[in-house]
Unconditional design. Sequence first.
Length: 202
Amino acid sequence: MDTQLFRIQPPKQAMLREATITSGIIATFIGAPFFFFPYVDEDRISFTASITSLVVIYIVALIYLSLCVGRFTDYYTTGKKTIFEVDRKNLTIHQDGESTPYRLRDLHIDQMRGISLKKKPEYKPVLRSFDIRSWRIVALFYNVGQFQLSNGDTAEIRLTDARHVAHIPTKLEHVLLLSPTAPNGLLLALIRAADPADKPEV
């Protein structure tokens, strides 16, 4: 069997949300002067207060915009570099310049399946308000790391799309939740790689 590569699913919903946030901030920039300056008189608000309020809005919007775009760009570009490689012996996860191999014999090949976390909420990671990784899951950014699942399992995840997930149980006391562009294709490649009949005799 030849080595097969599967890229991670692009986080399209995160892109849409980020575009919406950015559009809102830009609209604030454009609309703020029209909100404040038609009322520059003593009955509504002073000119100095108008300028001060406008400057504060712009500063806050600029800071928030830079944080949103910077964080999203980091997560998205990191996620795009994630590749799942299947060969005769291993499932290797290449991510951000690092490689994590899983031997095929350490995977429960017969228990693998494709799932949707929206239809199978018991497999969703448990979110914690103090954990920034949980914020990324809520925002549907690229998510990586070890999480506790709602069903009590521990999972190592590489997720960008909750609707299309490869659920791979292992013998290492945790499961893998991965978001390749073709979950079923990844699972089929693992089944073929683990099939003794597909391996040449030595």
